[in-house]
Design a protein around this ligand. Structure first.
Ligand SMILES: *Cc1c(COP(=O)(O)O)cnc(C)c1O
Length: 370
C-alpha cells in the first residue's frame, strides 16, 4: 500500500482511543466504497468472521454485529435492546464507564442496581453474589473489563462464574481490552461483549461491535427502545443481507478496520499484541518510577492498557504545563478522571513500542519544571 503521501504525525497518542494507528491503516481509507455493493459487503462479512476468531475457542454459538457510532453507542444499543420491559440490570462499578452504563439504563427507564466499589478497588464479587441470591428479579449483570478511568483490570472470570451460577445474562464492556487482552467469550459465558474500532484493534474511530450469543440476541427482538440503536434489527439486516448495514455505514473506517485486523494477525494475534502492550507498560512504569513517579494502582490490578500516575508532590506542578511540554516534544497524554486523587494517565496501546515509552520517560525528565 502506498503510504509515502501521508504526513507524519506531529506526536504519538498515548491516549487509549483514539490512538496512534499505522500509516497502512490510514492509507486504507484513501478510496471510496459503495455501501450496498458486494465488494464492500464482503469486507464487512470478513470482519465479522475475524472478530469471532478473536473471541476465543468454540464461538459457533456467537455472532458479531457492527454498529455505527462511538463505543458508548454500542453499549447503549446492548442495554437498550437486551433488557426486557420487566428486566432488571445489576451493574458492577469502579469508574466512569461503569457509571455511564447505569446512567444510560436509567435514561432508558430500566430498573437498575448500581454496586459501586469506589474508584481504586476491583468490582465487588461478594456483593454481586449477595444481590443475586436475594433478588431473583435481576435478569442481567454488566461489568467493565478494563476500567479505563484508572487502568484497573477487573476480575471478569470471578464475576462470570457467579453470573453463570445464577443463570443471568452477562454483559461485558471490553471496550479498551478486546484485541489487547485474551478473553474467551464462550468459556466465560459472556452473552454480549462490546468493543470499538479505535482501541486495541488499532483502527480509527467511527463504529463499534458487539459479540453476542445468538440465543441472547434472538431474545432482543422487539425490545429496543431506540430505532437506530436496535441491536437485533442491525444483526438481522447484516446477517440476512450478507454484510449490509441498516443505515449508512462508515465505509472508510470499516475498510481501515479490516486492514487493522490483518495487521493484528500479522503481529501474531492477541497474545503477541498483549505481550507488546505489557512490555510498553513495564517500560513506562519502570522509567517513571525511576524518576520518582508513583502509580495509582498496585501491580495486581493494573492492566497493560493504561496507567494512572499520581501528580508529583510539588506545588509547582500543573497538569496543563506538563501536558503542553510533553505535547511539544511529541507525546500526548491523558488527564486523570478520578475524584479521590490528582492523577494523569498514560496509555500503552496503539502503534507504540517500548522505545516510545523510553523516549517519553526521557522527555518527562528533560521537561521537569516542578
Ligand atoms: C472508550 C471506552 C468506552 C466508550 O467510549 P466512547 O468515547 O464512546 O468511544 C466505553 N467503555 C470503556 C471501558 C472505554 O474504555
Amino acid at each position: 500500500m502506498k503510504t509515502d503521501i501521508l504526513p507524519d504525525n506531529p506526536y504519538v497518542l498515548l491516549t487509549p482511543g483514539p490512538l496512534s494507528t499505522t500509516k497502512t491503516v490510514k492509507a486504507a481509507m484513501l478510496r471510496d466504497w459503495c455501501t450496498w455493493d458486494d465488494e464492500y459487503n464482503k469486507i464487512v462479512q470478513g470482519i465479522r468472521e475475524r472478530l469471532m476468531q478473536l473471541a476465543g475457542e468454540n464461538t459457533e454459538a456467537y455472532t458479531a454485529v457492527l454498529m455505527q457510532g462511538s463505543g458508548t453507542f454500542c453499549v447503549e444499543s446492548v442495554i437498550g435492546s437486551a433488557l426486557p420491559q420487566t428486566g432488571k440490570l445489576l451493574v458492577l462499578i469502579n469508574g466512569a464507564y461503569g457509571q455511564r452504563i447505569v446512567q444510560m439504563a436509567r435514561i432508558l427507564g430500566i430498573e437498575t442496581i448500581a454496586v459501586d466499589s469506589g474508584e481504586i478497588t476491583p468490582v465487588d464479587v461478594e456483593r454481586l453474589e449477595e444481590y443475586l441470591r436475594q433478588d431473583p428479579l435481576i435478569t442481567h449483570v454488566a461489568v467493565v473489563h478494563t476500567e479505563t478511568t484508572t487502568g484497573m483490570l477487573n476480575p471478569v472470570e470471578e464475576v462470570a462464574r457467579i453470573v453463570k451460577v445464577y443463570g443471568k445474562r452477562f454483559i461485558v464492556d471490553a471496550m479498551s481490552s478486546f484485541g489487547g487482552i485474551t478473553i474467551d467469550v464462550s468459556r466465560l459465558g459472556v452473552d454480549f461483549l462490546i468493543s470499538s474500532a479505535n482501541k486495541c484493534i488499532q483502527g480509527v474511530p467511527g463504529f463499534g461491535f458487539v459479540i453476542a450469543h445468538r440465543d441472547a440476541l434472538a431474545e432482543c427482538e422487539g425490545r429496543a427502545r431506540s430505532l437506530s440503536l436496535d441491536l437485533y434489527d442491525q444483526w438481522k439486516v447484516m446477517e440476512e443481507q450478507n454484510g449490509k448495514w441498516r443505515f449508512t455505514s462508515p465505509t472508510h473506517v470499516v475498510r481501515a478496520f479490516d486492514q487493522a485486523l490483518r495487521e493484528l494477525e500479522a503481529e501474531g494475534g492477541i497474545e503477541r499484541r498483549e505481550a507488546r502492550y505489557r512490555s510498553n507498560q513495564k517500560a513506562l512504569v519502570e522509567g517513571m518510577e525511576q524518576i520518582g513517579f508513583c502509580t495509582l494502582l498496585d501491580k495486581q490490578s493494573q492492566s497493560p492498557i493504561i496507567t494512572s500516575f499520581y501528580y508529583p508532590d510539588s506545588p509547582m506542578f500543573t497538569f496543563e504545563e506538563f501536558y503542553g511540554r510533553l505535547k511539544a516534544s511529541g507525546f500526548v497524554i491523558y488527564p486523570g478522571k478520578i475524584t479521590v486523587a490528582d492523577t494523569f494517565r498514560v496509555g500503552s496501546i496503539g502503534d507504540v513500542y517500548p522505545e516510545d515509552m523510553e523516549r517519553l520517560v526521557e522527555s518527562v525528565k528533560r521537561n521537569r519544571f516542578w
